[in-house]
Structure formats: structure tokens, C-alpha cells
Design a protein around this ligand. Structure first.
Ligand code: OAD
Length: 260
């Protein structure tokens, strides 16, 4: 695995040849925008918070005010963050004339790919910006101004809004532990991986399925898979395409090398 700040010739050659690219991203993609990952030692969200009390349907039923406040605080943090050089480089990669399609399959619940200008983004784990009713599933549209309220970032408890249709509680639009992925989004992600000739895997520990199954599925079909991560990853296969690098450093360097 390469650990330099310039990409290997093999990786550059595979990217040059690729026409249909899928990019699987995880929390590391947004780390340099100041958004914490989940499992990085000390700083990861799951090192500081217990997912069983915050990220399950049962937790929400038990204490909706605490769960809602935690997700509001995360949404506030994301709203203040800006896309990093890695997000922008992916948008530029998609815009190259040689690229026929580039689909981002993200586990992230932020909107930084979209704010960097990405056109095709599949959110496998939902979004902090698409809350819905816990009871009837109706989308809820009333979030926007709350995000700019500083108090909401620090509050430990906030009552969730009520659904205008059925008066049920509004829940965050994210996938919680014990819940399935949104079916149509997952099918679309699988379809894109089936058609891809290159899969870039960026900033994910590869510990959470179904997302973590995509690199193997791609390899089985003969698609090239490159893992970009500053740490050694379980998703690497040692065929020379993996690169130990941070997303906001590696992706702009890769883009620059393609045009050399
Ligand atoms: P993790 O926190 O499990 O992994 C983050 C990965 O990013 C690690 O492998 C880090 O080495 C890497 N990383 C850290 N900084 C980086 C940087 N600057 N550039 C590139 N990589 C970097 O996050 P995910 O793999 O996204 O699910 O976690 C998967 C799912 O687990 C999340 O979507 C979330 C969580 O529980 C739900 O909430 C449903």
C-alpha cells in the first residue's frame, strides 16, 4: 500500500482508464471538514456516546427529547461545516470529459457532497436533513431555521416537532442500528457498482454492512477497487491500488495527476 502524498502510477492509470466510477464514502471523507468520525480512537462519536441510547428506534421511543437534541446538535455542526478539498476534487473528477458517470454512494448523513456540487449522491444511511414522522413516515419540512439557533447546538434535551398529518413525533431521517437500508437507494447503489469499472473507497472503516459488502461485490465482477484511508483498512486487498492518505490530500493530488 502506498503511503506517499502522490498517487501510485497504477492508481493514476486505472483512474485514467475508468469511465464509470463509483465512490463509496464514509465518515473519514468529512473529517477534514471538522465532522467527527464514528470509530477514530478518542475523537469518534461512538467513543464518546453510546449508540444504544442514541441511535436505535427503542432509544427514540424511550427518550425522544434526548435523541432529538443529539441529532439537532449534529445537524447544527454539519450546517456550519464546509466541503473540503476532497469533496471538491470528486466533483471535478465527475466533470472530466472522460468520466461517463460518477456516482457517490455515501454512508454519511451530512450534505457536504451535495454542497460541493456533486450531482449523483446515494445516501445509504439517510440524512440529517430529511426527518420524517416516526408513526406515519410523512416527510417533515419544518427544520430549516432551527439549525441557525446556537442554543440548539448545546441543548441536551429538545422535544421533537410533531407531524402535521398525524401528530406523531418527528424522528431524524437517518438509518438506526437494527433498521434496514432504504431499499431503492441500496438497489441503485448495487446497480451502479455492477456497471462500474472503478470503485474508490474513501474514509470508511468497512465495519458496517451492507455498505461494507460493496468492495467485494465489485472485485468479484472484475472492477478495480482503490481504498484511500490514512489507516490500514480491512477493505484493502493488497493489489497495489490502495493508498494510505487523507481524503482532502489524496483526492486533489489524484485529480492533478490525471491531468499531468
Ligand atoms: P468510521 O468512524 O467507522 O471509520 C472512519 C474511517 O475514516 C476510518 O477507517 C479512518 O481511518 C478513516 N479516516 C479518518 N480520517 C480520515 C481522513 N481525513 N481521510 C480519509 N479517511 C479518514 O466511519 P464509517 O466507516 O463511515 O452508521 O462508519 C460506518 C457507519 O457506522 C456510519 O455510517 C454510522 C456508523 O455507525 C450509522 O449511523 C447508521
Amino acid at each position: 500500500m502506498s503511503t506517499h502524498t502522490t498517487p501510485s502510477e497504477t492508481l493514476v492509470a486505472r483512474c485514467r482508464a475508468a469511465r464509470r466510477i463509483v465512490v463509496l464514502t464514509g465518515a473519514g471523507m468529512s473529517a477534514e471538514s471538522g465532522i467527527p468520525t464514528f470509530r477514530d480512537r478518542g475523537t469518534g462519536l461512538w467513543a464518546r456516546f453510546d449508540p444504544q441510547t442514541l441511535a436505535t428506534a427503542e432509544a427514540f421511543q424511550r427518550d425522544p427529547d434526548m435523541v432529538w437534541a443529539w441529532y439537532e446538535s449534529r445537524r447544527h455542526g454539519v450546517s456550519r461545516a464546509v466541503p473540503n478539498a476532497g469533496h471538491l476534487a470528486l466533483t471535478a473528477l465527475a466533470a472530466r470529459p472522460q468520466t461517463k458517470s460518477l456516482t457517490i454512494v455515501t454512508q454519511n448523513v451530512d450534505d457536504l457532497h451535495e454542497r460541493a456540487g456533486a450531482q449523483a449522491v446515494l445516501h445509504l444511511h439517510g440524512s440529517l436533513f430529511s426527518p420524517r414522522c416516526f408513526d406515519c413516515g410523512c416527510e417533515f419540512k419544518g427544520l430549516s431555521e432551527a439549525a441557525s439557533d446556537e442554543n440548539r447546538q448545546t441543548a441536551m434535551r429538545l422535544p421533537p416537532p410533531r407531524c402535521p398529518a398525524c401528530d406523531g413525533l418527528i424522528r431524524p431521517g437517518v438509518v438506526w442500528f437494527g433498521e434496514g437500508l432504504p431499499k431503492a437507494v441500496w438497489r441503485e447503489a448495487q446497480r451502479e457498482v455492477e456497471r462500474a469499472d472503478l470503485l474508490l473507497v474513501i474514509g470508511t472503516s468497512g465495519l458496517v454492512y451492507s455498505a461494507a459488502s460493496l468492495p467485494d461485490a465489485a472485485r468479484r465482477r472484475g472492477c478495480h477497487v482503490a481504498v484511500l484511508n490514512p489507516d490500514a483498512s480491512t477493505l484493502s486487498d493488497g493489489v497495489g491500488l490502495d493508498w494510505q492518505v487523507r481524503a482532502a490530500v489524496g483526492l486533489p493530488a489524484l485529480l492533478a495527476a490525471l491531468d499531468d
